[in-house]
Design a binder for this molecule. Sequence first.
Ligand SMILES: [Zn+2]
Ligand SMILES: [Zn+2]
Ligand SMILES: [Zn+2]
Length: 326
Amino acid sequence: MSDARLTPDVELNGISPDEAFAVLGNKTRLDIIRVLWHADAAHKYDEVSDVAETLSFTDLRREADIDDNGRFNYHLSRLVPHFVRQTDDGYRLSGAGKQIARTVIAISGTDDLDFSADLEQPCPLCDAPMTVSYEDQWLRVRCTECAGQFGEETPYGSVFLSNYPAAALTDRTADEALTIGFYRCMLDNAYFMKGICRECGGSISASVSVCSDHESHAGDSCARCGTRSPVWATQRCETCGFAKRLPVEVFALGLTPAISFLNEQGIDVLAPSMDEIVDLLDNGVETAVSEDPFRVTITIRGDARALEVSLDDEMDLVGLNRDASE
Ligand SMILES: [Zn+2]
Ligand SMILES: [Zn+2]
Ligand SMILES: [Zn+2]
């Protein structure tokens, strides 16, 4: 089926994760990467330039502020070829070197950042005020009154929580940060449902758990599973370990047919408001589980018709009805 997952063959070309940690765990080498990044030393046609910028050995050593030729040469040689490329004209970053530089930039500069704030938008579940906090590079949004969206799967009151790059908090209000965080999460889900890790491009493996005696009334958590949702999925990257655990319906919204169906209903799933998604999940989506073979069938109601998607126990799309009756 055209919506089936891609399973790309990912190889960690020539260097193991342990070797990469060992190579990068050194200030001089990170300085070399920093200097090359500041000098825009990168491959021709990468990004925006059609000119390959390079730095000579001497310039690179001077900019990195290292006097000892032998020591500098040793550290530089450890970075070549995986993170730094040596050409006839000089040295430049490889794609991996640039990714390291970008990651360092994305996570920099917030040791003393206090991002605790009240949000302007109210809780989508109960309309009480919400607060946001930022700690350990995580954005955490909590309701000040209700139990939140995820029951016992998350700290009490959690409405939204996600890894969030520190650099993206600069000059943003709490409400803007939540909008961006939500957007990034919905994109993560679209990647997960294609079986691809958004962090590293690796393959995703998934599992599904079902609360067999689920009882949840008026948005309260079920006594048995402690959440409002009977079916949860865990999706994890086999290469880098990036993982999420969410109610299956939230993941299913990232399927291409769901994105397209909801777009026709006026909901942009990739950039929705939190109210829209919570309302949709509470009032417009139904989930049924059947055995032999195991199937989770999610029905998303629209104006005139409904979309029905069936997932197997590995979250692969195995059934699709774009014209289900209401
Ligand atoms: Zn609330
Ligand atoms: Zn339950
Ligand atoms: Zn990954």
